[in-house]
Structure formats: C-alpha cells, structure tokens
Design a protein around this ligand. Structure first.
Ligand SMILES: *[C@@H]1O[C@H](CO)[C@@H](O)[C@H](O)[C@H]1NC(C)=O
Ligand SMILES: *[C@@H]1O[C@H](CO)[C@@H](O)[C@H](O)[C@H]1NC(C)=O
Ligand SMILES: *[C@@H]1O[C@H](CO)[C@@H](O)[C@H](O)[C@H]1NC(C)=O
Ligand SMILES: *[C@@H]1O[C@H](CO)[C@@H](O)[C@H](O)[C@H]1NC(C)=O
Ligand SMILES: *[C@@H]1O[C@H](CO)[C@@H](O)[C@H](O)[C@H]1NC(C)=O
Ligand SMILES: *[C@@H]1O[C@H](CO)[C@@H](O)[C@H](O)[C@H]1NC(C)=O
Length: 407
C-alpha cells in the first residue's frame, strides 16, 4: 500500500516537473497563495536573506579546475567564520528558506558568526566555468569527488583569506558531509583549516539504508551510465523557472496535490509529518531540486553496490588510465584528522545509525556522535524541521563555543 502511494507520488511529481501544465492550474492561481509564500518560492538565496533584513554578500570563487562557484555570505566581519554546505540537488537556499526563526544560517548569524553558504558545482548558482558552457557535456563530468577535491578547498581558502582567520567551522548536510570526507582524505592539509566539522546526516556507507530505491538504484547503474553517455543526459533535475509555477500551484497546502509533494519528500527522506511545515512546501519546491550531475547519483549508487567508500568507477580500462589500478582507489578515512561531530537520526532513510557507527570508528578526529532525540526525525528535518532549533541547532552552537574555548 505504502509502495503504491510512493510510486503514485513519484509519478505525479515527476510528470508535473516535466510537464507542469496541469488541470489544477486552472483553479489555483498564484493569487491563492499568500504573497510571502509565492515570493519566497521565487526569490534567490540572496533575495531571501535581503528580504528578511540581514546583510548579504555574494562572491564568485573559481576552482583550480575552472568552475565558478557562487558563494553567499551573511557577513559579520571580524567574527569567527562558519561554512554551511548543502546536500545533493540542493543549494545555499536550504539554510534560509524556512525563514529567520528556523533557518540555521540566520540563527548562527544571530549567535555572532560570520556565515558563509557554499554552492556545489552544477547547482543553479554554480553553473559556470571559465572555459566550458553548462550546455556542453564536458561541464557535467564531475561527482562529489570533485566537490571535495576542488570546490571545498577553493571556498575554504577564499573564506580564510577574506576573514583573516586560521580556521573555520564547517557544517555539512548529507552530500556536504561526503564531499568533506573526500577533501580531508584526498587533501589532508585541509584538516588543519577546520576548527570543527559538524556532520548532519552523514553519508558515507549504505549497508543499512532504508530507502525504498536501494534496489532500483543498484540495478539502474548501467542504465544511468548508458543514458548519460549515449543520450546526453548529464544534468539531473535543474532548477527551472516553470517549476516555481508548479510549486506555487501543486504544493499549496489547500490543494489536493500537496500530499504528493510531501510524500515525495518523505519517501526519500523518511516519514515525519509533524516536523514538516506544510505551509512551506511551495517554498521548498521553489528551491529544490537545484540541479546536479548524474555522475553524483551514479557515484553514490556505486558506493551502495560495492560497500566501499572509493573514487568513481569509470570501468576497468578507464580506471587504469586514470588511476593506474583497475579498481578505483579507496578514500582513506584515517587521514580525516579534523575534529568531527556526527549528528544522525533514527528515521533517516539515507543515513542509517549503524552506518554512522561504522563511519565514526574510522575517523581519527571523531569528538562525539549524537542521535537527534526524536524517534521519527528524518533526513530533511536536519535543515527544515520545525523543532530543529531546540533538538539540534542549540547543541551544534554549544559544541562550536566549547571548541572555540579549547574545551
Ligand atoms: C475547479 O474547481 C471547481 C469547483 O471547485 C471544480 O468543479 C472543477 O472541477 C475544478 N476544475 C479543475 C480543472 O480542477
Ligand atoms: C560573478 O560572475 C558573473 C558571471 O560570470 C558576473 O556577472 C558577476 O558580476 C560576478 N560577480 C562578482 C561579485 O564578481
Ligand atoms: C581555459 O582555457 C585556457 C586557454 O585555452 C587554458 O590556458 C586554461 O588552462 C583553461 N583553464 C581551465 C581551468 O581549464
Ligand atoms: C508561470 O506561468 C505563466 C503562464 O503560463 C507565465 O506567464 C509565467 O511567466 C510563469 N512564471 C514563471 C516564473 O515561469
Ligand atoms: C509554518 O510556516 C508558516 C509560514 O511561514 C508560519 O507562519 C508558521 O508559524 C509555521 N508553523 C510552524 C509550526 O512553525
Ligand atoms: C591511510 O592513511 C594513513 C594515515 O596517513 C596511512 O598510515 C595508511 O598507510 C593509509 N592507508 C592506505 C591504504 O593508504
């Protein structure tokens, strides 16, 4: 029964996504939505921060391999910088879209931090390269490996230079944790630039994940590789203007279809209705999906299948040409010496407590791990949960202050 609902939600949302002219559009116009909701769905991260009365800046940071990343900041010059890094198919907006009372970026700013928000290559804010157009397939030849090896180091160096601090706080959600572990294992000198890393819903191992798409993902690896190389399907779910229209209509809580919008999130992240503010669904869907490369998904699928946290598998021959070994090299987690605190949840479909346990044992810099004390807390509650401030952020901030005082 649940599987059927899931499938239906998926189909409806995907069809709305690709063909947003729906019968519902006749009856639900944007005027039915409160103006604030419609506006927040359509604004950019910078627009949102400005609207809610916080100072905001944006910068272009160019990586060593030529990608131009848009970095956002709620500046507090002279204060300790903290970098927030979003997850898969997400963007910097994720830390502000729930508004000034709930958004982690605002809360950290109010606590006196110089807040920086990263945008991974390929998302709506970082679709630029010094030489290659995003319409060119070569642009999309990256996974979260490159985010760890190029994006994060470039952004971290930029922030430290700009703020004149020797170290920063890092908070990553989901893929923002994966790329962090890649960085610290592949470029270990970055460990010393991290004051404290706090991982929300860390994603490295998939032995116990509960996503219903586990088998599907495992079995469709070849199809996805084929689709990307043969059909030219490189970019995954970009943020489209027309999607804003769709979100304003289909996900409004007083429209029947809104159930599909929430169900899709729950099936991906874990069911926890009480923590999701349904009023905000149109805003959420105005900002996700924000775009990614299909290789990011394939790389995750490879880890899920092999059970080994290792570099992208291009096939034996191509691997040999690239890595000089037939199998992709493993990420050496014993090089992650930066202090790390892992925050995880019982009902997170994408990051199982047992797998977090496995990860924790391999991190030399582990300080502690903490399960969010709510049984049904899920993958997205870490960033959008109604009670995340009390359940999670207050602990995150006290961890930050402790380490700053050297305790
Ligand atoms: C629009 O709303 C009316 C009244 O609620 C309903 O009868 C009609 O079927 C709706 N039209 C569409 C296309 O959903
Ligand atoms: C960032 O790059 C874009 C396009 O390349 C440019 O239009 C914009 O002015 C740049 N912004 C800054 C702050 O340099
Ligand atoms: C961009 O193109 C120039 C000129 O061909 C080349 O020198 C440079 O290395 C390229 N940069 C990157 C990052 O690919
Ligand atoms: C929403 O749809 C209307 C009508 O189809 C169109 O005129 C408008 O430009 C769309 N808005 C966006 C943001 O795409
Ligand atoms: C849900 O979002 C609406 C609109 O931003 C807000 O007014 C309301 O207080 C939120 N509800 C909860 C429980 O946080
Ligand atoms: C992993 O890194 C550690 C610490 O640098 C090193 O001692 C060990 O030999 C490495 N393991 C492999 C398999 O490279």
């Amino acid at each position: 029964m649940e599987a059927l609902t899931t499938l239906k939600s998926l189909i409806v949302v995907l069809s709305l996504y690709f063909n947003p002219v729906t019968p519902y559009e006749d009856n639900v116009t944007t005027t039915n939505l409160p103006r604030d909701i419609a506006e927040d769905a359509a604004l950019t991260t910078v627009g949102l921060i400005f609207k809610y009365g916080f100072p905001v800046e944006k910068y272009n940071v160019t990586t060593q391999d030529g990608y131009v990343l848009e970095v956002h900041r709620i500046p507090k010059p002279g204060k300790q910088p903290v970098l927030l890094q979003h997850g898969f198919l997400d963007s910097s907006a994720t830390f502000v879209l729930m508004g000034p009372d709930k958004g982690l970026a605002y809360i950290l700013s109010q606590q006196g931090y110089d807040v920086w928000l990263g945008n991974s290559r390929g998302n709506r804010y970082s679709r630029k390269h010094v030489n290659i157009s995003a319409d060119d397939e070569r642009f999309w030849k990256f996974s979260w490996h490159e985010m760890g090896v190029y994006d994060l180091p470039a952004v971290i160096d930029f922030i430290l230079r700009k703020s004149d601090f020797p170290k920063l706080h890092y908070i990553g959600h989901s893929q923002g944790t994966t790329s962090f572990f890649v960085m610290c294992s592949q470029r270990p000198n970055y460990n010393s630039k991290i004051l404290l890393m706090q991982a929300f819903a860390p994603v490295v191992y998939f032995f116990n994940v509960r996503t219903p798409f586990k088998t599907l993902l495992k079995n469709s690896l070849d199809t996805m590789s084929f689709a990307s190389s043969t059909l030219g399907l490189y970019e995954l779910l970009p943020n489209l203007k027309r999607l804003s229209n769709f979100s304003q209509t289909a996900c409004w809580e007083h429209v029947q279809t809104h159930k599909y919008c929430s169900n899709l999130l729950f099936i991906l992240a874990g069911y926890n209705e009480p923590q999701m503010n349904m009023t905000m669904l149109p805003v959420v869907y105005g900002h996700i999906p924000a775009g990614a490369s299909i290789m990011q998904l394939i790389h995750y699928g490879q880890i899920l299948k092999s059970g080994v946290f290792q570099q992208y598998d291009y096939g034996r021959l191509a691997n040999f040409l690239r890595y000089r070994t037939f199998e992709p090299p493993r990420y050496n987690l014993s090089r992650v010496t930066a202090p790390v605190i892992l925050h995880y949840a019982d009902n997170d479909y994408l990051s199982a407590p047992e797998d977090v346990e496995t990860l924790a044992k391999q991190l030399p810099g582990i300080v502690s791990k903490r399960m969010v004390p709510m049984r049904r807390f899920n993958h997205i509650d870490f960033i959008w949960g109604i009670n995340s401030k009390e359940l999670l952020y207050s602990h995150v901030i006290s961890n930050m202050k402790k380490i700053e005082l050297g305790r």
